[in-house]
Design a protein around this ligand. Structure first.
Ligand code: NAD
Length: 291
């Protein structure tokens, strides 16, 4: 594998372990974050501009679209000729489009490559990347992502990665709420959780929300339900992704009534103080609602 010089901007819960896996793979990594953080085996820069100067690759892992666009605007004049920039943050499609435009004007190759797999996936180097960009950008990005990835799916041109992430997580929220409703109804009808699981897991109601992430304790011992819904995929992050999906649906004029309703339910769950609870914990809110 070719070793690259990589600037990694945004070393939070996800970025820090991702950068560490790039170091382990032999890349020369220089990090920058607004907070005082270090990368084991890597160097730290005192600004984003300093981090990117002379680097082959720039990776960003930032909270939201506004952070990505402002960092891209700041670094664009300082990128090495022909540099590759990869944004792995989960952001709105409009900001992703803007980021590609800024990179393109600066003569850089660019990819949007949001991830699923959470902090464990970032630590273990098993993230699923959903990548969008030109064929040349994705050809260049794939070997760079490899040490952080379980899988890289090429989703299409610029912003296709963000679009795929928004669509996937909208399905996840809707199937989770559907699964939660079915277990709540089953219980009220006197049905045993395990019996319902045994039917659904092998029938047409089956989904990841049942077989891998079952929202009731027992049937899937590794699901967060067995640990009082902590840790896992925080409801606040699910709400963020559902808001991004709704923004995208609004601008694309796509009807997503269940996605909208799922967003509203997660907003209520988070407002009630459950932002750091795993998203399957919404069963606790819905089981207390009257029919
Ligand atoms: P985080 O808040 O832990 O980390 C973000 C980091 O960005 C922080 O350390 C912050 O200081 C830094 N930052 C903000 N603005 C900056 C700037 N201008 N320059 C340099 N650094 C800056 O968030 P996270 O959990 O690591 O998530 C990062 C992204 O990954 C988000 O878009 C999130 O939606 C996405 N994501 C998170 C998870 C997860 O499980 N945490 C899973 C999938 C995707």
């Amino acid at each position: 594998m070719t070793k690259s010089s990589i600037a990694f901007i945004g070393l939070g819960n996800m970025g820090a372990p991702m950068a560490a896996n790039l170091v382990k793979a032999g890349h020369a990594v220089t990090g920058f974050d607004l907070s005082d953080i270090a990368i084991e085996g890597g160097a730290m820069a005192s600004s984003a501009v300093e981090a990117v100067e002379g680097k082959d690759v720039v990776i960003t892992m930032l909270p939201a679209g506004k952070h990505v666009v402002s960092v891209y605007e700041e670094i664009a004049p300082h990128l090495k000729d022909g540099a590759l920039v990869i944004d792995c943050s989960t952001i709105d499609v409009e900001s992703a489009k803007r980021a590609h435009e800024i990179a393109g004007k600066a003569g850089a190759l660019s990819a949007d490559a949001p991830v699923s797999g959470g902090i464990m996936g970032a630590q273990n180097g098993t993230l699923a990347f959903m990548a969008g960009g030109s064929a040349a950008a994705l050809d260049a990005a794939e070997p760079v992502l490899e040490p952080m990835a379980g899988r890289v799916v090429r989703c299409g041109g610029a912003t296709a990665g963000q679009a795929a992430k928004a669509c996937n997580n909208m399905i996840l929220a809707v199937t989770m709420i559907g699964t939660v409703e079915a277990f709540n109804l089953g219980r009220k009808l006197g049905l045993d959780d395990q019996a319902l699981f045994d039917v659904v897991a092998n029938a047409s109601g089956q989904s990841w929300s049942t077989t891998t992430y079952c929202p009731v304790p027992g049937p899937v011992p590794t699901s967060p339900a067995n640990n009082d819904y902590k840790p896992g995929f925080a409801a606040s992050l699910m709400l963020k992704d559902l808001n991004l999906a709704q923004e995208a649906a609004g601008s694309a004029n796509a009807a997503t009534p269940l996605g909208e309703h799922a967003r509203d339910l997660y907003a209520r769950f988070v407002e009630a103080g459950n932002g750091d609870v795993d998203f399957s914990g919404i069963i606790k809110m819905l089981e207390n609602d009257d029919g």
